[in-house]
Design a protein around this ligand. Structure first.
Ligand SMILES: Nc1ncnc2c1ncn2[C@@H]1O[C@H](COP(=O)(O)OP(=O)(O)O)[C@@H](O)[C@H]1O
Ligand SMILES: [Mg+2]
Length: 397
């Protein structure tokens, strides 16, 4: 699939914008602060209804504006589709699909994107929440129906959490907690199984991408790390790790057992102590964990390889339900400045078969010439902020 047209009004720094986008590689070049990331952020927003930079919608509305509109036309399986979302200050967002009213969540996943941005360094260096989010995004991209399990799980965690807090003062009847344990374990088993499967599918693609883009080559190995494979308490005997093929109900049973064993600790502390919200994605470079050991350059390459790997996996798998046109739009925000010329060329080679790639760069010279040779074409868009308008110049006609 690809985006053929992007339309913004009062989004971030853009008063209004109308932009045609071609297939192949489009590079947005402009000095810092000119609105390059704002543009690609809008594309990403339409695919997930969330920004890759901020957790709330407020900063996406042009400062002082009441509403912002992001619209796009897509070409998917040879058909034209149009998506539009309106973000409103202090009100529910609204959406349109092919000009008819739609619920915003009906738009999620129609446009598929994979975004790499400098913030992704936190995937390697930061806390596990970012890595869990990476896994969950991949799970949903591979199996959209699991989005419901993930949001149900969040709700169960919140409600069970408040029940644990009150249970301390109301010792005695634990039947309600038993019911919440079952819900948590059931959803948790499905989520852990799906994440493990997604990580196993992703790992070979990340290994290959890292070897391409890392300064020294080498290996980047992923594995799913679950607290269920570790003893409940530090002094307890080792537990038999779950097999990588463990079915959801086997994981569910183990999780339920774990909740029984942890009950008094959970009530004492008033928090949910077991489940996929405590798990992590382990990333190993060579023999060492990436987090805490890898250099800045290695961590950065590793973060890029995670995204390039996800893009390669989603492209290979096609879209959900056998959609033959599920290849995501690849967005690379500020990627080339950090790479030496050899790695730039290696990255460019990986992009030559991509259907559509959107790249931002502060310095045009950082973008390798090889990209101009993309079979579907390439264009450079100069982003200048003075009049909120873009000048479009096609390179190497
Ligand atoms: N909600 C907003 N309203 C108006 N301007 C904004 C808003 N959010 C960001 N900006 C402007 O956008 C600029 C950043 O644009 P960005 O796309 O991140 O730049 P870059 O070209 O470096 O990627 C900031 O300097 C800020 O002035
Ligand atoms: Mg930027």
């Amino acid at each position: 699939m690809r985006v053929t047209h992007l339309q913004l009004s009062d989004f971030r720094s853009y008063g209004s914008l109308d932009l045609e986008l071609g297939p192949g590689v489009t590079t947005f070049v402009g000095r810092n602060g000119q609105g390059k990331t704002n543009l690609v952020e809008a594309v990403r927003y339409l695919s997930t209804l969330s920004s890759h930079r901020v957790a709330s919608d407020a900063p996406l509305l042009r400062f002082g504006a009441e509403r912002a509109v992001i619209g796009a036309r897509l070409e998917k399986n040879g058909r034209a589709l149009s998506l539009e979302v309106t973000l409103q200050q202090g009100r529910q967002n609204t959406a349109r699909l092919n000009r008819g009213q739609a619920r915003p969540r009906d738009l999620v996943g129609i446009l598929r994107t994979v975004v790499f941005a400098p913030e992704d360094l936190a995937l390697v260096k930061g806390d596990p929440a970012g890595r869990r989010q990476l896994m969950d995004e991949l799970v949903v991209a591979l199996h959209p129906a699991l989005a419901g399990d993930l949001s149900d799980y969040d709700r169960v965690l919140r409600q069970r959490g408040s029940m644990l807090k009150t249970a301390r003062n109301a010792r005695g009847d634990m039947t309600m907690l038993d019911i919440w344990d079952e819900k948590l374990a059931h959803l948790g088993g499905r989520i852990v199984a799906a994440r493990r499967q997604a990580v196993a599918a992703l790992a070979p693609y990340v290994l290959e991408a890292y070897a391409d883009v890392a300064p020294e080559g080498g290996s980047c190995v992923l594995s799913y790390s679950t607290a269920l494979d570790k003893p409940v308490n530090r002094d307890d005997a080792e537990v038999e790790p779950l097999s990588p093929q463990a079915a959801p109900d086997e994981i569910e049973n183990r999780l339920l057992e774990r909740l029984r064993a942890l009950r008094s600790q959970e009530i004492d502390r008033g928090v949910n102590l077991a489940g996929p919200h405590r798990d992590d994605l382990d990333i190993t470079l060579g023999d060492m964990p990436a987090k805490g050991y890898a250099s800045h350059g290695e961590s950065w390459s590793c973060a890029l390889a995670l995204r390039l790997g996800a893009y390669a996996l989603l492209t290979a798998e096609g879209g959900p339900d056998g959609d033959p046109d599920g290849e995501p739009v690849l967005i690379l925000d500020d990627v080339f400045a950090e790479l030496d010329s050899g790695r730039r060329a290696a990255l460019a080679r990986r992009l030559t078969s991509a259907r559509q790639v959107l790249i931002t760069a502060a310095v045009g010279e950082d973008v390798p010439e090889e990209l101009a040779a993309h079979p579907a074409g390439s264009a450079t868009v100069k982003v200048r902020r003075d009049d909120d308008r873009l000048t479009l110049a096609v390179r190497d006609a």
